[in-house]
Design a protein around this ligand. Structure first.
Ligand code: PLP
Length: 415
């Protein structure tokens, strides 16, 4: 009876809407312009600069000493094998390449790899994993608030907004002192309500390079457990900081302490396959059954958004991880990228005491203590492109450009 009334009411409302003469028809031409992502704008500005000496430390990709982002040698070989041996491109299903997700488990989850309360599925990059993780949270608990330390990666807020979860910001980093505001972080987390989400950077914090130390990770894990928060760990740069296991130690501590955890992982950086969109979402709950049910929702959301993830990149990573010889060579190439990041950091840090903090941080990004005006002046006078916030990619420049970069930055600090 009630459902009949509701249907009648719905029909009446629709008829009313259709017969309203004051309702203006809205077409695609009525759409307001979208403010473009500031990092994408920066890429366009740098592309348009014709000065040959320009330095692009805005974009977030690894560059080698010659200033290139080469395809890893093991990746080329795996791709060739894939071309030679793949016999079908039939659909794989919403989970994508299941073996790929399995092979990643020990790398990401370590001692938790055999925990069957944790399930994973392939996603289109780390962004796909983040979106899917937040979709799952919004499905369970639309009232959940997401506790986000600032500054954070500029794509975090739009992804969270897209699932209509509320963001609560807290200060994570004090730029002038190059220090994590750990007390503020703990206080913000301890004000969280059960079910609220703690968004955490697994390693190589983007944009600051300031990672929690092991003691701080343990404290964060304790607060998450005590307050009943749901940690969502975004791990996009594993292996770029200290090493694969070292970079995942904080995440693994969280998995030890917390019953429910979501992990958004990316292979796009550590396999240098950015455009191929390779990532994985892991979901942990308190029981195998609850995880199975949660994954049912995850598959449903994935089906609605992209149906199935792209195969090529994950298939190549699968080949690398499954073959002991290719895997060993990947580890060497990964160590090569990490060593360059850390040696450029040391070189910049040694140039001036005001830049010393860069040598104590990890990953591709750090934030220079420069005002927006100083950043714009570097852009105009020296053709050095970095984000307005002073965030720069330490391996955005070639070896030959490092001295000029340091001199310009020190000049800006002195001015
Ligand atoms: C902190 C962070 N998380 C996630 C991602 C997503 O990476 P992907 O390119 O795999 O989507 C990035 C990429 O820049 C990132 O910096």
């Amino acid at each position: 009876m009630v459902s009949q009334w509701i249907t009648t009411l719905e029909v009446a409302i629709r008829v009313l809407m259709l017969t309203r003469t004051d309702a203006k028809a809205r077409g695609l031409a009525d759409l307001p312009p979208v403010a473009s992502d500031s990092l994408l704008q920066l890429i366009a500005l740098c592309d348009a600069d014709s000065r040959p000496e320009k330095i692009d430390v805005g974009v977030g990709v690894f560059r080698d000493g010659a200033g290139n982002t080469p395809i890893l040698k093991v990746m080329k070989e795996a791709e060739q094998r894939l071309v030679d041996t793949q016999v079908t491109k039939a659909y794989l299903g919403s989970a994508g390449d299941k073996k790929f997700a399995e092979l990643l488990r020990p790398i990401v989850l370590g001692e938790h790899a055999s925990d069957d309360r944790i399930a994973g599925l392939q996603t289109p990059g780390g962004c796909g994993a983040l979106r899917l993780g937040f979709e799952l949270i919004a499905t369970i608990n639309p009232a959940a608030r997401v506790l986000v330390g600032t500054p954070t990666w500029p794509n975090h807020p739009p992804i969270i907004n897209s699932v209509r979860l509320e963001i609560v910001e807290y200060p994570y980093y004090e730029r002038g002192q190059a220090a994590i505001r750990f007390e503020d972080m703990l206080q913000a987390l301890s004000r969280g309500a059960p079910g609220d989400v703690a968004l955490l950077h697994g390693c190589c914090h983007n944009p600051t390079g300031a990672d929690l130390d092991p003691v701080q990770w343990a404290e964060v894990a304790d607060v998450c457990r005590e307050r009943g928060l749901l940690p969502l760990v975004d791990i996009a740069y594993q292996g770029f900081g200290r090493g694969l296991d070292e970079d995942a130690a904080g995440l693994r501590g969280i998995l030890s302490q917390c019953e429910e955890v979501i992990v958004a992982q990316s292979c796009d950086k550590n396999f240098s396959c950015y455009r191929d969109r390779v990532g994985c979402l892991f979901v942990k709950t308190g029981s195998v059954e609850a995880t199975r049910t949660a994954m049912g929702h995850v598959f449903q959301r994935a089906r609605e958004m992209w149906s199935m993830p792209p195969d090529h990149g994950a298939a190549a990573v699968h080949i690398i991880l499954e073959d002991p010889e290719l895997r060993a060579r990947w580890l060497v190439e990964l160590a090569g990228m990490r060593d360059r990041i850390n040696s450029v950091r040391q070189r910049i840090a040694a140039a001036d005491p005001r830049l010393g903090f860069i040598g104590r941080q990890f990953g591709m990004f750090s934030m220079l203590p420069l005002s927006k005006e100083q950043v714009l002046k570097l852009r105009e006078d020296d053709a050095i492109y970095m984000a307005d916030s002073g965030r720069f990619n330490v391996v955005g420049m070639s070896d030959a450009q490092i001295d000029r970069f340091i001199a310009a930055v020190v000049g800006a600090l002195d001015a």
